[in-house]
Ligand binder design. Structure first.
Ligand SMILES: [Zn+2]
Ligand SMILES: [Zn+2]
Length: 464
């Protein structure tokens, strides 16, 4: 019998980032995802720089979605000799075209910054260059959902919609050598009712091996509909006070959902006619990519059905130029400003916070996860004396948060996804979750009748 083996090289053993799993099947070596480890600089650098597989020995890469914790090591693999096909959906391919160069740019800027402060070391070197990031684009092959792809004799796969971000996919593989085997890799699982994109659609039928994410297996979220009403309330109240709403948001995905929600509230007459600024060049580019892929929008949503200009209405303004962005500093009257970065660690949101954060009429609104040790997290924890660009300031704007825009399924939604597979699951591997979340997911799978559940450690291999 030939080898049928799975090895977990990232997003394993309590880790969320660095998603990378090697499947050896039907005589081929296939990598599922090639994500970047994120977190403490030295440790992340060590994990990222030492590739656990020889890129020249790989036959293909199958990519679940464009988030950097799933795609961010592709340029490194290509720079070290990978030249096979990288399969993803067309939207994922296009998003990689802006996200990977952005990742290279951030690494180059970080390296310059550390060099200036005399902190030059091996881990301050960029992992790859802008040219490496662009080289990935030549290898990416866009595949529609539910289209069978023959990787080689006895090995096929297809994508189904994961409902997580634009283009996100669940991978369903069939190995027909010796005995038939079906392997499902969930990717990151999204939520029912998220704006713009369709709901998760688990592949149907019995599963021999399931690799499943567990990010929020131990939590529940506010509903998506609740989130839009909540956003409407906050904007109305700030506008009535003559204040601004500052929204730090990740440029790809979250920003488009917020724009869409504001448009939808505007059309329904639920927010007043105040200008909404999207102040981030990356977000402007990402919005263009959303516009290119209406074929995968959720046609059941009223706004998708009734408007072919989801991201345009008279009150929205997209800001690319630095001078235009600066003009917002002295702007009077109510407005909404959406800017990156999502955790207020960098980007134009810092300028807006510096210029508008001291005014009690304004609102600082969090719509995404705030990781430990970020300025966003410190503010959420109640800190009001904050450091912005090296100067201390008092944050007098009101602080609000909305949890309903999370792109990850919560416990109930994960359970529902497993149930909707429809067939028995013989064996499951739990990945992409901190320790407690992984354990909650393992428990959930046992409750749903999966007999053999494993939380793999980093580097661990299993014969299937
Ligand atoms: Zn993701
Ligand atoms: Zn992820």
């Amino acid at each position: 019998m030939s080898i049928l083996r799975l090895t977990f090289h990232g997003g394993a053993g309590g880790q969320v980032t660095g998603s990378m799993h090697l499947l050896e099947a039907a005589g081929a070596r296939i990598l599922l995802d090639s994500g970047l480890f994120q977190g403490r600089r030295k440790e992340a650098y060590r994990l990222n720089a030492t590739l656990p597989v020889d890129p020249r020995q790989l036959d293909a890469i199958v990519l679940s979605h464009a988030h950097i914790d799933h795609s961010g090591r592709l340029p490194l693999l290509v720079s070290r000799g990978f030249h096979g096909p990288i399969y993803s959906t067309a939207a994922t391919r296009d998003l990689c075209g802006i996200m990977l160069p952005d990742s290279a740019y951030i690494q180059e800027k970080d390296a310059e910054y550390l060099a200036r402060r005399g902190k030059k070391g091996p881990e301050s070197e960029p992992l790859y260059t802008m040219a490496d990031a662009v080289a990935v684009q030549e290898l990416l092959v866009g595949i529609p959902y539910q289209r069978l792809v023959h990787l080689r004799k006895h090995l096929t796969f297809e994508f189904t919609d994961a409902g997580h971000i634009l283009g996100s996919a669940t991978v369903s593989m069939r190995i027909t050598e010796d005995r038939p085997h079906r392997l499902v890799f969930s990717g990151d699982i999204g939520r029912t009712g998220l704006p713009i994109i369709r709901d998760p659609r688990p592949p149907q039928g019995p599963v021999d091996t399931l690799i499943i994410e567990s990010t929020y297996a131990n939590r529940m979220h506010e509903s998506v509909h609740g989130a839009e009403d909540h956003l409407g309330d906050i904007v109305r109240r700030a506008a009535a006070n003559g204040g601004k709403v500052l929204i730090p948001a990740f440029a790809v995905g979250r920003t488009q959902e917020i724009i869409y929600a504001l448009h939808s509230l505007y059309r329904a007459g639920k927010i007043p006619e105040i200008p909404c600024f999207v102040d981030s060049p990356l977000a402007v580019n990402a919005t263009d990519i959303f516009r290119l892929h209406p074929e995968i929008f959720d046609r059941r949503e009223a706004l998708v059905e009734s408007s072919d200009q989801l991201f345009h209405w008279p009150m929205v303004h997209y800001v690319r130029d630095v001078s235009e962005s600066k003009a917002l500093n002295s702007r009077q009257g109510p407005a909404v400003i959406v800017a990156a970065s999502g955790m207020i660690e960098a980007g134009r949101i810092l300028h807006h916070l510096k210029n508008h954060g001291g005014d009690h009429r304004n609102v600082l609104l969090f719509v995404g996860y705030q990781a430990a040790h970020t300025l966003g997290r410190r503010i959420l924890e109640g800190n009001r004396e904050i450091r912005v660009f090296g100067d201390m300031m008092e944050l007098r704007a009101e602080v609000e948060r909305i949890d309903g825009y999370s792109a990850h399924a919560d416990q109930n939604e994960l359970r529902d996804w497993v149930r909707r597979l429809g067939g028995p699951v013989r064996r499951a591997f739990v990945v992409h979750g901190e320790t407690e979340a992984g354990q909650a997911m393992a428990e959930l799978l046992h409750e749903e009748g999966v007999e053999k559940v494993t939380i793999p450690k980093l580097g661990q291999s299993f014969d299937l």
